[in-house]
Design a protein around this ligand. Structure first.
Ligand code: HEC
Ligand code: HEC
Length: 418
């Protein structure tokens, strides 16, 4: 049905806008999106549980789950900035800086793999990584368990059932330290279960951060026209620019990893190659003990293999819905202008590569990249016209989310509050 409608649109465009019938953009490579297209998340049995979502929203806005008590998800994923960080690098607990840019969370629920290197194969397995990472929350797994028991016990019990007995647990312990090693298997399992459930509640909230019903969707699904300039940009994006070789489908991503030769200013980042190792080792992956559907997890993990040279220095193709509303682009967050990104990254005469990682300004057409030999074979030729392409991409601007999703819920709305 949808395909038929857009084929009709393409042919109308072809005559009405006089592309010449050799050149209407092939919009079928992208596609429109509605909230009904949200994929299920089988490894999280609470993914669509409304009460879990309210608990997850409260946790998302709570800055106490961190070593200095001042950093939470919201600190780096700002609802006023498309749930991304307006700064290049994010400030974690005790003002520590990370080395990758914090991206937008709009439509993360469509991800197959999450994080720039895809080291999470579900949304629920990601929060514990942020909560524990030294340059982010620098909290620990047992601190998290004690915190949930003291601050969110009623809501947690209402959604997930009884909390385990936490008496005798060290106050601060996480994998890799002696306190964690000194705990019994059953204690570690009980604490991991709480960490997984925290993630599952947060995922239920993140699944509401949708970017649908854009002008592009109305064009695809209802035939509302785009301007000539936007159509020009679309033609370049889909045709000469080869952008849709990677930015394909309704979210404009192949959910795969490519090395675009960005310059890390002397701090090599192995990207996907290390992400795969971490994912296969992760007790919270889709085949692990905390997955609610290990066979689904196994199908997703089957796409992943150690030692692929194409993974070295490769990062995830970002979803481009709402891209024009972001302050910064790429895993280094070094570009602040959409047309400049397209120009600098894809359209450099004879050279490929962006400018400047942290502390450095390579600016040499990609020679500063750590893995130049591994550049993606699909590397596009921007082919100029970046302003028109940027205009086309702005048809994917996201409409505002409902206000009630943009702040912590009132405590009286928490599950078990009445
Ligand atoms: C100190 C800043 C900081 C905090 C706190 C933080 N994040 Fe992030 N977030 C980042 C950075 C930086 C990245 C990119 C890291 C990477 O990919 O390796 C990221 C990536 C993500 C992604 C991946 C998006 C995608 O499409 O791949 C998700 C989802 C996410 N964060 C959710 C959360 C949640 C939920 C929390 C709270 C539990 C949180 N973040 C806390 C900085 C932060
Ligand atoms: C070979 C696959 C590939 C092709 C082809 C490609 N891209 Fe990308 N794109 C990526 C990857 C991977 C990233 C993230 C790069 C990084 O930070 O390491 C990206 C990032 C972007 C971003 C930044 C988005 C953000 O929020 O960070 C924009 C904008 C973009 N691409 C537009 C385009 C345009 C326009 C074209 C065509 C000229 C294009 N891309 C072609 C893979 C591709």
């Amino acid at each position: 049905m949808r395909a038929a409608r857009s084929a009709l649109i393409s042919s109308l465009m072809c005559s009405a806008l006089a592309f010449g019938c050799d050149g209407p953009p092939d919009f079928e490579r992208l596609g429109g999106l509605t909230a009904d297209d949200l994929p299920p998340s089988p490894t999280n049995a609470w993914a669509d549980d409304p009460e879990a979502a309210v608990l997850g929203q409260a946790l998302f806005f709570d800055t106490r789950m961190s070593a200095d008590g001042e950093v939470g998800c919201v600190s780096c994923h700002d609802p006023d900035h498309a749930f991304a960080d307006p700064d290049q690098f994010s400030m974690g607990s005790f003002a520590r800086l990370g080395g990758r840019h914090a991206p937008s969370l709009l439509n993360v629920a469509f991800n197959e793999f999450t994080l720039w290197d895809g080291r999470a194969d579900s949304l629920w397995s990601q929060p514990i990584k942020a909560i524990e990472a030294e340059p982010e929350g620098d909290f620990s797994r047992t601190e998290l368990a004690h915190f949930i028991a003291s601050e969110y016990s009623a809501a947690y019990v209402e959604v997930f059932g009884p909390l385990p007995d936490l008496s005798g647990l060290p106050s601060r312990a996480k994998p890799g330290d002696a306190a964690w090693a000194g705990m019994s298997d059953s204690q570690r399992d009980a604490v991991n279960r709480i960490a997984a459930n925290v993630g599952k509640a947060i995922e239920a909230y993140e699944r509401k951060l949708l970017c649908v019903d854009t002008r592009f969707d109305r064009f695809m699904l209802e035939g509302e026209p785009l301007s000539e300039r936007e159509m020009d940009g679309a033609r370049n994006f889909l045709g000469g620019g080869d952008c849709a070789d990677c930015h394909s489908g309704p979210n404009l991503t192949d959910d795969r990893f490519h090395n675009l030769g960005l310059d890390h200013g002397g701090n090599p980042d192995y990207g996907r190659a290390e992400g795969v190792e971490a994912l296969l080792d992760d007790p919270f992956n889709g085949v692990g003990d905390y997955s609610d559907d290990p066979s689904f997890g196994a199908r997703r993990l089957a796409e992943v293999a150690l030692g692929r040279s194409a993974d070295v220095g490769a990062f995830k193709t970002p979803n481009l819905r709402g891209v024009g509303q972001r302050d910064r682009f790429g895993h280094l967050g070094h570009e602040t202008d959409l047309a400049d990104w397209i120009d600098d990254v894809y359209d450099r005469p004879g050279g490929r590569g962006g400018r400047g990682g942290r502390g450095g300004n390579g600016g040499n057409g990609g020679n500063g990249n750590d893995f130049v030999g591994q550049l993606s074979p699909d590397f596009p030729n921007g082919g100029g016209n970046e302003d028109a392409m940027a205009a086309f991409l702005r048809t994917l601007d996201c409409p505002p989310l409902p206000e009630h999703l943009l702040e912590a819920p009132d405590p009286s709305e928490l599950p078990g509050a009445r």
